[in-house]
Ligand binder design. Structure first.
Ligand SMILES: C[S@@+](CC[C@H](N)C(=O)[O-])C[C@H]1O[C@@H](n2cnc3c(N)ncnc32)[C@H](O)[C@@H]1O
Length: 209
């Protein structure tokens, strides 16, 4: 996976769908995200086999395919129809691919039905959203009590440029009414511009009972 600047040569994620799985960095990013998810939430326990996950911005399902075998169901959503098409072709058990835009009024009814999740993951998605903070408020409403939200994004080191800063992630999690469990660097990836750090944000929905 190239850094944000390198891979966003096109405005449409559809243009990346066919080659996404052949991108070694995209696969490594998903591998590292999954490993850090296991480290923070240990989702391999038997209790997870009755739980539901929303994979927000699932792309072709590089992370989704690792989650499906561990839980009852993964709803995998993305705004790119072509990314969803590639995921549908994989015919993953326990995975329901849905092309939907949580931020679009036209999709509001469909999106509002996507609720009751024990875990929402967003791997390399939030820094591309037009309004990350507002979308996180919407996603938080889809979490069950005691559920978690986990995101990974390029770490914005200087407060400017691509990616998200740890402070912005912590603030957004708080504004969404979630409890920040952890935020910081998770791993680094080799890119054309050198080693690029990736942050993880882990939040818990502790307020609802
Ligand atoms: C860098 S790719 C990551 C894909 C996948 N999570 C992975 O790690 O391979 C970003 C994905 O976010 C999706 N995306 C962008 N904006 C979105 C939005 N508002 N809602 C859902 N998905 C979105 C894109 O279509 C694209 O598939």
């Amino acid at each position: 996976m190239a850094s944000q600047l390198e891979w966003r040569m096109s405005d449409s994620w559809d243009d990346y769908a066919d080659d996404w799985d052949a991108n070694e960095n995209a696969r490594t990013y998903a591998d590292c995200a999954f490993a850090s998810l296991i480290m923070h939430l240990g989702i391999q326990g038997p209790e997870w086999q009755q739980r539901r996950i929303l994979d927000f911005g699932c792309g072709t399902g590089l992370l989704t395919e690792k989650l499906g075998p561990l839980v009852e169901q993964v709803i995998a959503v993305d705004t790119s129809q072509k990314m969803i098409d590639r995921l549908v072709e994989k015919q993953l058990a326990n995975v329901v691919p849905v092309c939907v835009n949580f931020d679009d009024d036209h999709d509001r009814e469909l999106a509002s039905g996507l609720t009751g999740f024990d875990l929402i993951v967003a791997s390399s998605v939030c820094s591309f959203l037009p309004d990350y903070e507002a979308t996180l408020v919407l996603l938080a409403k889809s979490l069950n009590a005691g559920g978690h939200f986990v995101q990974w994004d390029w770490l914005q080191a200087t407060g400017e440029g691509d990616g998200l800063s740890v402070n912005r992630v912590v603030d957004a999690i708080g504004k969404a009414g979630l409890n920040c469990v952890h935020a910081g660097e998770a791993f680094t990836l080799a890119t054309g511009q050198g080693e690029a750090p990736v942050l993880i944000g882990v939040a818990a929905n502790v307020d609802k009972n």
